[in-house]
Write a protein that binds this ligand. Sequence first.
Ligand code: TTP
Ligand code: MG
Length: 359
Amino acid sequence: MNSIRKIIHIDMDAFFASVEQRDQPEYRGRPVIVGGSPDSRGVVCTASYEARRFGVHSAMSSAQAYRLCPQGIFLPPRFQAYKQVSMQIREIFFEYTDLVEPLSLDEAYLDVTRNRQGMPSATIIAQEIRRKIREETGLTSSAGVSFNKFLAKVASDVNKPDGIKVVPPEEAEAFIAALPIENFYGVGKVTARKMRQFGIRTGADLKRFRPEDLIAIFGKNGWFYYEIAHGIDRRKVCPVWNRKSIGKEVTLEHDIDDIDDINTILHDLAAEVAKELQRHRLQGKTVTLKVKYADFQSITRSKTQAEDIAAAAQIVPLLPELLAKTEAGSRKVRLLGITVSSFPAPIAAEMVYQPELPF
Ligand code: TTP
Ligand code: MG
């Protein structure tokens, strides 16, 4: 059965600039430009919407941005802060589905055809996700909701910032027809220019071309253009599940050698790791203990067992044996960590169709 998928594309608004405005309230409502300094040879990473009104945009030279917007607040990027938000929003996505495909720090595709909550409406899921992102990060995002990646991606730009656009199957044809080809995701500047030379300005123009003609003009991409003009995009949402382990570690305020204190900390870490494992629905067969001594020498000791480990009660019994293979207690320690690894191979992210339900 070839039923309808439900795909969400989420993209943060003016991402780097919004994080700066969140963390430095005096910059809110003002033209913030994140990137190289204006007197350097650097470029703009992104600009707040206030700065975009002056024509400033990503990848423009900072010098040019300064000419357009001399009153702009030029800030260097703080990647650690952006990464932190990126992890927060991914956690929110994973509350709904494992089929999350991040495209960059600030955007991802989600396939919510089947989701943990069994929610029938992708639109409601997208709104919930946007609300949670705002509550947990203080930042706004935009969402596109449709039945394939191409439409979801393009839709997320339509009501940006802080907006949502839903393209249900019955509206897809009109939506694509009206779309300027510059807004087609996957059509670069060069291709767009070439399309214009052939009189292709919108999706409707593109749709008039036969696939063999598009292939003759654009090579193998021609087939992709043909399909998207007809609302077809079979690409799956591919979760890059490259997570090989889940672990927690803690650097102690003071170096310790009391074995009871060490055990207390390890029990807490085991509980935290177990919580993470359960959240990601993962089970591993290997537990690794990490000890960093006061002199910064760092060692790990591992144990692999046949049984899958997902609970603190399964981690804790392994600790005495692992601890005995270290010098913790006879030497002072400054850091302790526990990691669980050896996860089973990820479940194939193949599409599982469900009967059509309201979009
Ligand atoms: P985008 O999502 O493309 O842009 P944005 O989030 O700043 O703005 P919009 O509201 O239009 O989505 O990119 C996300 C972040 O990636 C952006 O904040 C900064 C970084 N980036 C660069 O560093 N260089 C670039 O050329 C682009 C496009 C983005
Ligand atoms: Mg963005």
